[in-house]
Design a protein around this ligand. Structure first.
Ligand code: HEC
Length: 138
């Protein structure tokens, strides 16, 4: 049989639990699918413009719209790791042709991307470099 004070404790306990659940459910957390990096998109010209379309079609599912990354899917290419002195343009051709064994992140391996020509990778590289430059990556 509960007396008055233990009833009180139950009510306070329930209220605290409620506050806890409310705080927890509002807590900002990286949701799967969310962008990982922030991006400023510069005015793109020529090859970089073509690259934007190709990137959106072939790379953005994992690397995010404009290379911001996708939580749970792939890393941002707007990242110091992918500046030209660390991952030169050749890394892009090789990644598309052969895929990439996971080594910098824990997203798993990147599979080769079929149906993207060398000329198209060149356009994608021009686009990614333009984004990187505009966002202070190099
Ligand atoms: C299915 C998901 C997926 C798609 C689609 C994808 N990538 Fe990747 N990519 C990854 C992951 C994951 C990594 C990171 C591997 C690691 O280092 O852990 C990666 C890494 C890379 C790298 C770094 C290579 C290196 O040497 O470390 C480049 C460059 C790259 N991707 C370019 C591209 C381009 C360009 C496209 C589109 C033509 C593309 N990716 C499409 C998942 C993807």
């Amino acid at each position: 049989m509960l007396d008055f004070s233990s009833n009180y404790r139950v009510i306070i306990g329930a209220a605290m639990l409620g506050v806890g659940v409310a705080v927890w459910s509002q807590w900002p957390d990286a949701a799967p699918g969310a962008a990982i990096a922030a991006v400023v998109v510069p005015e793109l010209q020529g090859e970089a413009q073509a690259g934007e379309v190709l990137f959106a079609a072939n790379c953005a599912a994992c690397h995010g719209v404009n290379g911001v990354g996708v939580d749970g899917a792939g890393p941002p290419l707007l990242h110091k790791i992918y500046e030209p002195s660390h991952h030169g343009d050749a890394a892009f051709y090789l990644a598309v042709l052969n895929g990439v064994r996971a080594h910098h992140w824990s997203f798993g391996n990147m599979l080769p991307v079929k149906g993207v020509s060398e000329a198209e990778v060149a356009a994608i590289v021009a686009y990614v470099r333009a984004l990187q430059r505009a966002n202070g990556i190099f």
